[in-house]
Design a binder for this molecule. Structure first.
Ligand code: NCD
Length: 317
């Protein structure tokens, strides 16, 4: 067994072999999900609680389906309407839940680090479903599975991550994962949307999109995260689309077999042309959603196995 963590809080503490373990198991779950009977029993008898303090459509649905397909009792807490609104702290909410003996806690929170803090307070396995600008590990894992299946490998690829890098936990987790697997990473976007300190990340940075896409195998687009901006990052959406929106013409700079990815939700006509996003010959956006369920099944399965015999020393950030 080559996955020894109690929690999945980020890509940072994972070893490449552990990443491969999750992806290999996820491949098996893809087959299960494509069959007529979609049930496994890896989580039978276990309770999974989804706590989303930020809106989510696909991630929450994906975790819910993943848990149900593996036989868990799944509960979605509506955190918008919860006692948080009445002033309860995150830790009090966590301790209350902990007393109900969940086995798996899936948490999305607007503050970076909130999920790690919560993991220190509860007895169950915690999965980070996105915390602020910090990490979104299952998104990076599902992106990796999509790339591995489309390209036949997950190393020595040239991958451009484009757009609003500064506000993106998806970019951060992907940079960590794709770097660990020895790919060449390019970040493409306006300097205002590049994070501070990017020069030390071991990536190439481009503000010209055509130059950044030259010869790449994978083009990963990101949503312009307007809710995390306090104004002044881009001149206008029209100008942004002109310079950084992915369309067929800019994509022609990439390799002829380059795939197009987007974690969703998409702003069509802002970061990506709608027709290109729907082009099944280039876009793997729907495959990403499919891989998401399988990756979450694999991650929860592995954590549930470790729950029975927790490792002596926790190896996580
Ligand atoms: C991403 C997220 O929430 O970080 N979406 C997702 O999980 N599918 C990216 C985004 O919101 O743009």
């Amino acid at each position: 067994m080559t996955f020894r963590h109690r929690h999945l809080l980020g890509i940072e503490p994972l070893h490449p072999v552990e990443i491969t373990t999750i992806l290999d198991l996820a491949d098996r779950y893809v087959d299960l999900n494509r069959g007529a009977r979609k049930h496994g029993d890896a989580l039978a008898g276990l309770t999974q609680v989804n706590m989303f303090f930020e809106n989510s459509t696909r991630t929450q649905a994906s975790f819910e389906l993943a848990g149900k397909r593996l036989g868990a009792d799944v509960m979605n807490m509506s955190m918008q309407a919860s006692s948080i609104k009445k002033g309860e702290t995150l830790i009090d909410t966590a301790m209350t839940l902990n007393a109900m003996h969940p086995d798996l806690l899936v948490v999305r929170h607007p503050h970076s680090g909130a999920v790690n803090l919560l993991a220190e307070k509860v007895n169950c396995a915690v999965l980070n479903a996105g915390d602020g600008r910090h990490e979104h590990p299952t998104q990076a894992l599902l992106d990796a599975l999509t790339i591995r299946r489309a390209k036949g490998r997950l190393h020595r690829l040239s991958i451009a991550i484009c757009g609003d890098i500064a506000h993106s936990r998806v970019a951060r987790s992907n940079i960590l994962l794709l770097g660990k697997m020895e790919n060449r990473i390019r970040l493409v976007g306006p300097p205002t949307l590049m994070p501070a300190g990017v020069a030390d990340w071991g990536v190439e940075v481009f503000d010209d999109m055509r130059a950044g896409l030259e010869g790449v195998d994978v083009v990963m687009m990101l949503r312009l995260q307007k809710e995390r901006m306090d104004g002044g990052f881009i001149p206008s959406e029209r100008e942004y689309y002109h310079r950084y929106g992915l369309d067929a013409e800019k994509l022609s700079c990439a390799r002829p077999d380059a795939i197009v990815m987007h974690p969703g939700p998409m702003n069509r006509g802002v970061e990506i042309d709608g027709t290109l996003a729907d082009d099944i010959n280039r876009s793997v956006i729907q495959e990403q959603v499919e891989m998401g369920v399988a990756v979450r099944m694999a991650a929860m399965d592995l954590l549930a196995r470790n729950r029975a015999a927790p490792p002596a020393r926790e190896v996580m950030a």
